[in-house]
Design a protein around this ligand. Structure first.
Ligand SMILES: *Cc1c(COP(=O)(O)O)cnc(C)c1O
Length: 428
């Protein structure tokens, strides 16, 4: 082995950026050798129990033989072909599956390669729809505070203006309309006063609003907040009344994480446009999809320019589509619902002691998501290493220390994970 091969982790500091980080970030990233099941193996031989599912994605754990097999099979046929003028079985079958899973009300599927792009596509669908209808006014979006919808410029314009990056980019971001995050918690009713900020804003701006976008039930990266499903029912009704489209961003919540296959099902509502990503491929490849109604897709297609104006180079990548199909089948054949309920109980029991700590503001759990909200932001430099020393992979942000384990995590592993988290917080 050459020196270079032995020393590859040192190349990281020399050449790479990491998400939301400066160069030469401290502590340096931990070097991963491999991953299997719910464990990440570091190059120094240590094993970490994964509390993050690689940001909501790896619901089946890592290196799953069924997913690997699907990738290998597809690779033998073709890894990729362009989607302009060509089509293939994995895309056709996956589109049909997604349409079936979401109740057949959103029968048209656009594939893209990341969640952020799925959101851009959703925004462009809404804008093109109103243009096709001859309505030149409707070109703004209503979004919730504490929301997160991605990092590209369009998606970023929908993120919380304070916790997002608006102060840096405000001069070039589209100016959207922001509404207070719902105060009514999950499981509680949504009273008139809880819905008033949305109602007032929507009625006031109705003429210029193309769509409202929400992360249904669980606001993810913007605050890990769980809100009342009734809020979504009221929102659906009001959008219908006022003729405004509703976009559900289920990129984080889709595929079982909240206890339902899709979080909209807690409310029994259908959006006009739906974005999925993250766990779509079980965390193996990057892929996203934007689904919409017959009416929106036909209106766009029947008016100038007689096409939806978007087309990623790697659209509907066959490897990603095949592994997504395999992942969805694996999920549906598994006892995912009872697994998520089991993890919910494990998180409730395992994180309850954290609520007694002085530095903790609140503990909340929904489905396979457990959140410990601290009173002050944690110091990433020290806490990250502390978790690794305890043998777990947990990546907090700001005041939020949270777990979203793979659905396949056993109770003993979950207990190791939650007790390690407690020890780290208790020693802060
Ligand atoms: C992660 C996320 C996105 C962005 O997805 P990327 O694949 O990171 O571009 C958008 N919306 C929500 C709700 C997300 O959680």
């Amino acid at each position: 082995m050459s020196d270079n091969q032995k020393n590859w982790p040192s190349l990281d500091a020399q050449y790479l950026w990491h998400p939301y980080a400066p160069v030469n970030v401290e502590p340096p990233p931990f070097a991963v050798e491999s991953a299997k099941g719910v464990r990440l193996k570091l190059v120094d031989g240590r094993e970490l129990i994964d509390g993050m599912s690689s940001w909501w994605c790896a619901v089946h754990g890592y290196n799953h033989p069924v997913l690997n097999h699907a990738l290998q099979q597809q690779m033998e046929k073709m890894s990729h072909v362009m989607f302009g003028g060509l089509t293939h079985e994995p895309a056709c079958r996956l589109a049909e599956k997604l349409v079936e899973l979401t109740g057949r009300k959103l029968p048209r599927v656009f594939f893209a390669d990341s969640g952020s792009v799925a959101v851009e596509v959703a925004m462009k669908m809404a804008l093109q729809y109103w243009q096709a209808r001859g309505d030149q006014q409707k070109k703004r979006f209503i979004s919730l505070r504490q929301g997160y919808h991605g990092d590209t410029l369009g998606a970023m314009s929908l993120c919380d203006p304070d916790t997002g990056m608006h102060h840096l980019f405000s001069s070039i971001l589209a100016q959207q309309i922001f509404v207070e995050a719902p105060a009514c918690r999950f499981g509680e009713p949504c009273r008139d006063e809880d819905f008033a900020p949305m109602e007032n804003s929507l009625r006031k701006h109705q003429a210029e609003v193309a769509a409202v976008i929400v992360e249904p039930v669980v606001q993810g990266a913007g605050g890990m907040w769980f809100y009342s499903a009734q809020y979504l029912q009221r929102l659906r009704d009001l959008c219908d009344e006022l003729g405004v489209l509703l976009i559900a961003d289920e990129i984080a919540t889709g595929f079982g994480r909240t206890g339902k296959l899709f979080a909209c099902q807690h409310a029994g509502i259908q959006p006009d446009i739906l974005c999925v990503g993250k766990a779509l491929t079980g965390g193996t490849m990057t892929l996203s999809a934007t689904l919409t109604t017959q009416s929106i897709s036909e209106t766009i297609s029947q008016h100038p320019p007689y096409a939806f104006m978007h087309g990623p180079t790697f659209m509907a990548n066959p490897l990603a589509c095949s592994v997504a199909l395999a992942s969805i089948d694996l999920l549906l054949e598994s006892a995912w619902q009872s697994n998520v309920q089991r993890i919910e109980r494990g998180l409730q029991n395992g994180l309850a002691p954290c609520a007694t700590l002085d530095k903790v503001a609140e503990v909340r759990v929904l489905g396979a998501i457990g959140v410990v909200e601290m009173k002050q932001p944690v110091d990433m430099k020290t806490i990250q290493s502390a978790f690794v020393e305890q043998g777990v992979w947990v990546r907090p942000f700001g005041k939020l220390v949270y777990l979203m384990p793979p659905f396949v995590m056993t109770d003993p592993d979950l207990e190791l994970l939650t007790s390690a988290l407690y020890r780290v917080l208790a020693e802060l």
